[in-house]
Design a protein around this ligand. Structure first.
Ligand SMILES: [Zn+2]
Length: 314
């Protein structure tokens, strides 16, 4: 995944180079702190009147919330929004579109150290949402490695071109699957991104759900829970994105002996599960950043060699 400093540096170098080639100074870059003060952004954005915005989805979502809350309208100069570095959820897109109305949003899949891996396509977005891309074919070879029985594998990328800087079979740490069907745009391959390798953690609403931490909490409840899976989503609540965790559990015979089993499990997990170094799920629920934990009972889970314990859903 990309680093904000790398993007800032790349943008600066691009502007210097473009100004040099064209003999002008029109190419300029404004670096915005993802958590700016509302008073400042209003004036800064107006003064700078940007043509384009380039941002991480989470940073632009945060900026959009702030603008909506403070009734700041987007500068009319903006023509394009380029999002990169992370997945874009539907709730985030809705919030961004609420502020930046009809401005076109371009979302590519790439890595700072490698460059572009996949391109977005409007037909794909309609059919599969925003995590589907056509792999870049120009000077690139994109493959899947270690494919499991369900067709999911690690995305591995090779770049050709300058021999000094090309990367051979670079392991991205991202997991996806490939669809071999012809898209309406004519492309024959589609890459669907599903998450990070090993799924050891998922980011959600500014917090992080870590598998080990969840295991720690659920191990203390092993008298009631035999097996579990967890899903996180982000939902739009007013002008804010809030997190929601769903815990699916296969229960033991001890579960039914509890007076109020679901409530008991919910309270225990909310109270003990840390989603930031200092905040539990209960803390984040009371501050309005998360919705109460959802618990669903399951009779069984599909049998796979490496079960997917943690998942982010849209
Ligand atoms: Zn297409």
């Amino acid at each position: 995944m990309e680093n904000a400093y790398v993007i800032g540096l790349l943008g600066t170098l691009y502007c210097i180079d473009a100004n040099r080639i064209e003999g002008i100074n029109r190419h300029q870059l404004l670096l915005l702190n993802p958590h700016p003060a509302a008073k400042k952004i209003d004036k800064t954005l107006d003064d700078f009147s940007p043509d384009n915005i380039s941002a991480f989805p989470a940073a632009l979502t945060h900026l959009s919330s702030l603008m909506l809350e403070n009734k700041i309208t987007a500068p009319t100069s903006i023509q394009n929004i380029f999002l990169r570095g992370d997945f874009l959820q539907n709730s985030q897109r809705a919030l961004i579109e609420n502020v930046f109305k009809k401005i076109s949003i371009e979302l590519g899949y790439g890595l700072g150290e490698f460059g572009r891996i996949g391109n977005l396509c409007t037909f794909l977005a309609k059919k599969y949402g925003l995590s589907a891309f056509h792999p870049v074919q120009y000077r690139r070879l994109i493959e899947l490695a270690d494919i499991d029985e369900n067709g999911y594998g690690e995305i591995v990328a090779t770049s050709f071109g300058n021999p000094a800087t090309c990367l051979i079979r670079y392991r991205t740490g991202d997991v996806g699957r490939v669809l071999q069907e012809e898209c309406e745009c004519g492309k024959k391959f589609t890459l669907i991104l599903t998450g990070r390798k090993n799924f050891d953690y998922v980011k959600c609403a500014g917090a992080m759900l870590v598998r080990q931490e969840l295991e720690r909490v659920l191990t203390s409840l092993k008298d009631y829970i035999e097996e579990w899976r967890a899903e996180t989503r982000e939902v739009l609540n007013g002008v804010r994105i809030v997190g929601e965790i769903t815990l699916k559990i296969k229960v033991t015979s001890g579960y039914a002996v509890l007076a109020n089993p679901k409530e008991f499990i919910r309270a225990e997990v909310e109270k003990n599960l840390f989603l930031t170094p200092t905040h539990t799920l209960a803390n984040l629920i009371s501050s309005g950043a998360f919705l109460p934990l959802k618990i669903e009972q399951a009779d069984s889970f599909p049998e796979t060699k490496k079960p997917l314990l943690l998942r982010r859903v849209d």
